[in-house]
Design a protein. Structure first.
Length: 299
């Protein structure tokens, strides 16, 4: 029997709908999946009871799918079956998000449950390699992609997000805990302006520039980065798994909302790592990008 341990979003329903028999749907409290009836709610403080319940129900395979932000933890709500697991979980959390996820996988595996990736259960979630849109990839994109790959590796080393935006060879946005679509929307919310000419009052001009920088809340944006972000459009969205991550869990995902956000940000296109990024609603993603003149390259 398959159990889905879910967060929010459309992915859990896609996985459930592709199975020959309905899976058991277990959702983290506060993170209901879209379009699915939840069979069992749980908290981090009661994960021991969740594991016991799954064994009692005859679960043999588990798929962790859906989005969550780092949930809160209240020691006062720990139950008896979770108490023995606290040292293992606490040690993993201190080591970073990836270590914590691997520790969670281990909890299922030590109870003879096989952890399956969403892309294993629904292979079509991984798009084929190549350019999927009618819009072709520009000839001068190699340097942009190289810069994006370097940023992706750097983000992976510090256990951060899985995507970024590159414009004019500069990284102008990085994914954080808020997710991919929030990163893209942020490109429209607070553009950073390049240093204006001093005019008659250079002190006032400098103060205005500093105010803009503070309002943007991104002190790493300066010089050529600020100028790149202030451009009206262009650039690429890049998404790939973190180096060395366990691909059975937290594999990057995009969908139609990501495509629309990229269009709104007036990017040139999207580049995804082959066999490393799932695409929900692929036909709709391609349609949105083609209509807006953006490319989708799986490389």
């Amino acid at each position: 029997m398959l159990a889905l341990v879910t967060g929010t979003g459309a992915l859990p329903a896609v996985v459930a709908g592709a199975q020959s028999s309905p899976p058991l749907v277990c959702a983290l409290e506060g993170y209901a999946p879209d379009g699915l009836q939840v069979d069992h709610w749980f908290r981090i403080e009661t994960i021991g009871t969740l594991l016991h319940t799954l064994k009692q129900r005859g679960v043999t395979d588990v798929c962790l799918c859906g989005a969550i932000q780092r949930p809160g933890f209240n020691p006062l709500r720990l139950d008896a079956r979770t108490m023995p697991l606290v040292p293992t979980i606490a040690k993993a959390v201190k080591a970073g998000e990836d270590a914590a996820l691997r520790a969670v996988l281990g909890l299922f595996e030590t109870r003879d449950m096989t952890v399956r990736g969403a892309h294993e259960l629904v292979p079509d979630l991984l798009p084929p390699s190549g350019v999927l849109t009618q819009v072709r990839v520009p000839d001068d994109i190699d340097l942009q992609v190289q810069a994006a790959e370097e940023v992706s590796i750097e983000q992976g080393r510090v256990d951060e997000g899985q995507s970024c935006v590159i414009r004019s060879g500069q990284v102008i946005a990085r994914e954080d805990a808020r997710g991919t679509d929030a990163m893209l929307r942020g490109l429209l919310e607070r553009p950073v302006k390049p240093m204006p000419p001093p005019g008659d009052d250079p002190f006032a001009a400098a103060m205005d520039f500093v105010g803009d920088m503070l309002d943007d809340a991104a002190d790493w944006l300066s010089g050529p980065v600020a100028e790149a972000r202030a451009q009206p459009g262009g650039g690429i969205f890049f998404k790939a798994p973190k180096p060395g991550q366990d691909r059975r869990i937290d594999l990057p995902t995009i969908g139609p909302d990501t495509a629309r956000a990229a269009v709104a940000a007036r990017l040139d296109g999207l580049v995804l790592e082959a066999d490393g990024v799932m695409v929900l609603g692929r036909d709709e993603v391609v349609r949105v990008l083609d209509e807006a003149g953006l490319f989708l390259w799986v490389r």
